[in-house]
Ligand binder design. Structure first.
Ligand code: PEP
Length: 249
C-alpha cells in the first residue's frame, strides 16, 4: 500500500527558540496516525530537530541540498552533511527554489541522483504556473518536469521517491486547487508513470498535494483516491493547524 504522508515545509521560518517551541507542541499532540508525519525546518535547526524528535514518529527532513559531493560552493549543504546528522530525506525542486534560485530540471536531475546515491529519499516537487493552467498546458508542463528530472532513473529508484504536485498559483496564495483538480492531476501523473514504468510502479508511488492546504480543506483533498497526503507550508507553522491536517486522514 502507498504511504500516506503529511510533511510540513517550514521554509525560512523559525529560529532555534521557535523551533524548540513548535517541536515541543508537536510532541505533545502527536498520536499514532495513518499518515507519516515529516517536518522540514531550516538547515540551522535540523540537528536540534532531529535530536528532539528521536523518540517520536516525526521524521525531520531537509528543504534542499546541493548536487555536488563537496567543494567550493559557498553557502551550500551536501548530502553527506545531511546524512551525518541523521537526515534521510530531502525536498527537491520546490517551486520557490526553481523561481528564485534558477533551479533547472537538469540541476534537479543531478540532485536527485546524488540523494539516491547517498541512500536518501526524495520528496520531488513540481507544478505549473497560473499562466500554464489558464492556457490549458498544465499537464504538458508537469509531465515535462517529471520526465526531465526523473525519467533517467530505473523503476526501483521510485521506492525512494515521493512526488509532490504543487501548482505554483496555489502556494502561499490561499487559493487551493479544487479537490477534483488535484485528483485529476494526480491521476494524470500516475498515468505518466505507468506509461514509462508500468502500473505496479505507478501505483506504488505516493503523490502529495501542496498549495494552501488548511484544516478546513484537507479532508476533502485527502479523500481523493490518488492524493496520498500533503506538503504543507503556512499551516505547518502552527501545531494545532498542522495536526488538524494530519488528522484529516
Ligand atoms: C509549499 O510551499 O510547499 C506550500 C504548499 O505552501 P502553502 O501550504 O503555504 O501554500
Amino acid at each position: 500500500m502507498r504511504k500516506k504522508i503529511v510533511a510540513g515545509n517550514w521554509k525560512m521560518n523559525n529560529g532555534l527558540i521557535q523551533t524548540e517551541t513548535l517541536i515541543s507542541e508537536l510532541k505533545q499532540q502527536i498520536k499514532t496516525s495513518d499518515a507519516e508525519v515529516m517536518i522540514a525546518p531550516a538547515f540551522t535547526n535540523l540537528w536540534h530537530a532531529f535530536e528532539a524528535t528521536r523518540q517520536y514518529p516525526i521524521e525531520v527532513v531537509a528543504q534542499n541540498m546541493h548536487y555536488a559531493e563537496n567543494g567550493a560552493y559557498t553557502g551550500e549543504i551536501n548530502a553527506g552533511m545531511l546524512k551525518s546528522i541523521g537526515i534521510q530525506t530531502v525536498i527537491l525542486g520546490h517551486s520557490e527554489r526553481r523561481a528564485y534560485y534558477n533551479e533547472t530540471d537538469e540541476a534537479l536531475a543531478k540532485k536527485v541522483d546524488t540523494a539516491l546515491n547517498h541512500d536518501m529519499s526524495v520528496i520531488f516537487c513540481f507544478g505549473e504556473e497560473l499562466a500554464d493552467r489558464k492556457a490549458g498546458n498544465h499537464e504538458v508542463i508537469v509531465q515535462e518536469q517529471i520526465e526531465k528530472a526523473l525519467f533517467h532513473l530505473d523503476a526501483s529508484a521510485f521506492e525512494n521517491i515521493v512526488l509532490a504536485y504543487e501548482p505554483v498559483w496555489a502556494i502561499g496564495t490561499g487559493e487551493t486547487a479544487s479537490p477534483q483538480q488535484a485528483q485529476d492531476m494526480h491521476a494524470f501523473i500516475r498515468k505518466v508513470l505507468a506509461n514509462k514504468y508500468g502500473q505496479d510502479t505507478a501505483n506504488s508511488v505516493s503523490i502529495l498535494y501542496g498549495g494552501s492546504v488548511k484544516p478546513n480543506n484537507a479532508k476533502e483533498i485527502f479523500s481523493k483516491p490518488d492524493v496520498d497526503g500533503g506538503l504543507i507550508g503556512g499551516a505547518s507553522l502552527k501545531a494545532e493547524d498542522f495536526f488538524a491536517i494530519v488528522n484529516a486522514f
